[in-house]
Design a protein around this ligand. Sequence first.
Ligand SMILES: Cc1cc2nc3c(=O)[nH]c(=O)nc-3n(C[C@H](O)[C@H](O)[C@H](O)COP(=O)(O)O)c2cc1C
Length: 288
Amino acid sequence: MAAFRRFPYGGTDNLSEKGDLSLLAERLAAAAKKRYSCRSYKDQPLECLNELEAFAEDGYEILGSFSDVRFCILRDPEASRSIMKGPWGPLPSLLLMAVRTDRPHFLEALGYAGQQVILEATALGIQTCWVSGMFSLDKATKHFPGLEKHWNVVAVSPLGYASANAKTGAKQKLFKFLSAQRGRRHGLDVIMHPTELASLPPVLVNALQAAAQAPSALNQQPWRFAIRGTELTISSKHPAPKPDHPSRLDLGIAMLEFAAAARALGEDGFWQPRQTEGNPIAAFIREP
Ligand SMILES: Cc1cc2nc3c(=O)[nH]c(=O)nc-3n(C[C@H](O)[C@H](O)[C@H](O)COP(=O)(O)O)c2cc1C
């Protein structure tokens, strides 16, 4: 897998990079259709972790010019269990996601990069579940080598093979009970004004449909899309999200799902981050 970390801000004129990026988009967009949050794992070591580790090192595209994201894959089931809070059962491996938190757009950048690693795991047959609150920050930091000042582990995800009852078991049912909306998604008319939606070209409607399926904390789906002038923008449903507002992590994830779907359909575009203290968070720049 080619490295995209140095993929330049504002797109690229390099045809080989463009080609690599669209292959990556196709792979991720296909994986997004299969991904779900898995909460029961087999007590079984994983194959392909080296491949995933290589991807998490330098296989993904950064958001804008933000490259201060790092991933660490723990292969020790005991350590993985000790970091997670709650009744998870066996956890063969854990993905730790860290970001430098004194930079603008750090949460969107982590969501954008992290969702690529999550989808690459899906493509490799490994199940995942984003977790941003219910883990021990102290223990996760202890297991993350070389984290410097201003760097925080913001989210983690189990990595494993789904146990037979992963979609229907007690943990999944409990989670459904706690989060009535789990699994359901808003219609497009909720995340974008119907008049604006009607003016979008079909390829962007398809990309919006993909973004609407993105995972989010408690399935809150805090993203809203709009047309401002000639641009498609993404905003948080919260009126003035500060740089550390949790919805920004979800927005970064949705931006990735949108971009992957759009590029897989032949639309070369990229997200350009905008306001640091409010909405809109970013605009999707279409390339001619
Ligand atoms: C940032 C983030 C944090 C999440 N935190 C948790 C969590 O702490 N525990 C959990 O069981 N699921 C967590 N989830 C998973 C969401 O509940 C899940 O994505 C959502 O309900 C949609 O379901 P799906 O991922 O199966 O499509 C989180 C998801 C995201 C994106």
